[in-house]
Design a protein around this ligand. Structure first.
Ligand SMILES: C[S@@+](CC[C@H](N)C(=O)[O-])C[C@H]1O[C@@H](n2cnc3c(N)ncnc32)[C@H](O)[C@@H]1O
Length: 420
């Protein structure tokens, strides 16, 4: 089996194994990569992993609930129910589907007055981080241009990621895959800055990790398979590892305004104790008045709450070995109103795969019954008990084996017939 880039894939498997291992055993996985390399020769392949391929096969009685949940013709996302026994006559539309669909984050002008003020001020040129690279002579693409204000901010944010020597920070660029190096760096430290429509390049450049998302590159589908599990998002196409896939969109709210009932759906995007962030603000190419406004905002915790206004990001389920990681990408400014929460593919996602991220170990306790992620290293399902004692190296190699089977199936069923 030859991958297009075997080294990159090895990184993905090592990270997923480290992630899975830590979340199950909360143990130290120092030197996991060398351990994996060392063990590669001795670890026996796990048997029966074929059961965990987890390709989603729609039921024959599938019902189309809506052709397009987004109301945007350029981004048509259908919603189906595959629940056994459901017919057009007895079909129920759960409340979880009746939210206001939005592609962009929303700010309540009354309850989040200071945040709304920061957005209004950021319309002024002196309060926006933007670049003129595309009109400069000689022309240097933004991601290669050391003078580009957006790229410079991207690099400064990359520096925030480094916690330990020996771990490479993750790069966020338009055409480079974003590979993660370790899980000790919590998601909010995976962070980048992208060019936007305020720049002379209008974001159509090399420094825009939001481009695939803004262009709605991946056609996705929403399915409902079980009343408790609810809706899930499926990819009908191949998404290569390291690709930004979906933005998690909702209402940007400060902690005091966050409704307790919405906490389980909401994501924290700023941290009141983040001193490094305040240093970044002090250094940013923005006016002093504006910096003061966002400096004051930095003393509050902000969340993105998708319960009332949201997009399909809110329908992504939990998995103990997830295929997505959440990162923060900022554009134009450094306020919580300028952040995009982005899901990036952790491994190659083959057609028919349910998208997932890890909600964390505490999530299992909130479930009425078992976790339904269906991964071989599930923390909370009897079916995966036989794999529950695997070492980190075993997990990495099992992830690799499963990936290889999927890769072969894709080659056999999709690529070979196309080539004929
Ligand atoms: C953020 S929502 C995800 C979208 C949800 N499925 C829906 O229909 O709106 C989280 C809820 O989805 C369900 N869920 C997500 N992942 C699950 C899993 N691995 N096993 C069981 N239920 C899950 C649980 O009911 C959880 O409270």
């Amino acid at each position: 089996m030859k991958y297009t880039n075997q080294e990159d894939h090895a990184r993905c498997f090592a990270l997923l194994a480290q992630h899975t291992y830590l979340s199950r055993f909360e143990d130290d996985t120092k030197g996991v990569r060398s351990l994996i390399n060392e063990k590669k020769k001795t670890v026996k392949p796990q048997k029966g992993l074929e059961r965990f391929l987890n390709f989603y096969v729609p039921s024959k009685s599938r019902i189309l609930i809506t052709r397009n949940i987004t109301f945007n013709m350029d981004d048509a996302i259908p919603v189906f129910t595959d629940i056994a026994g459901e017919t057009l006559e007895n079909l129920t539309i759960p409340k979880t589907l009746t939210f206001n669909y939005t592609d962009v984050n929303i700010i309540n002008q009354v309850t989040e007055r200071e945040l709304a003020r920061a957005v209004s001020m950021s319309q002024e040129k002196q309060n926006t981080i933007r670049c003129e690279c595309s009109s400069s002579d000689p022309f240097v693409p933004c991601y290669e241009n050391k003078q580009c204000s957006c790229y410079k901010m991207n690099v400064q944010m990359r520096c925030l990621q480094v916690e330990k020597e020996g771990y490479e920070p993750t790069e966020f660029a338009t055409f480079k895959p974003s590979y993660f190096s370790h899980v000790r760096n919590k998601f909010y430290n995976y962070i980048g800055f992208a060019c936007s429509d305020s720049c002379s390049c209008a974001g159509k450049c090399t420094n825009n990790s939001m481009m695939f998302i803004d262009n709605k590159t991946f056609p996705l589908e929403v399915i409902r398979t079980d009343k408790d599990y609810g809706f899930n998002v499926v990819s009908p196409v191949l998404i290569p590892a390291g690709t930004p896939v979906i933005e998690f969109v909702g209402e940007v709210v400060s902690e005091v305004n966050l409704n307790a009932e919405n906490v389980d759906y909401s994501y924290k995007v700023s941290y009141s104790d983040d001193e490094k962030w305040r240093l970044l603000i002090a250094d940013a190419p923005l006016s002093d008045d504006y910096k003061q406004v966002i400096y004051d905002l930095s003393y509050h915790n902000f969340y993105i709450d998708p319960k009332k206004h949201g997009n399909i990001g809110r329908m992504i389920g939990h998995a103990c070995i997830p295929n997505l990681e959440v990162v923060r990408i900022f554009r134009k400014s450094l306020s919580p109103a300028h952040v995009s929460l982005v899901f990036v593919a952790l491994e190659d996602i083959f057609p028919g795969t349910i998208l997932s991220f890890d909600y964390g170990p505490a999530f299992a306790k909130t479930l009425k019954s078992y976790c339904q992620c269906g991964t071989f290293a599930c923390r909370n399902n009897q079916k995966s008990d036989e794999y529950s004692k695997l070492s980190c190296a075993d997990i990495a190699l099992a992830i690799k084996d499963i990936h290889e089977i999927k890769h072969e199936m894709f080659e056999d069923r999709v690529m070979r017939p196309i080539r004929k």
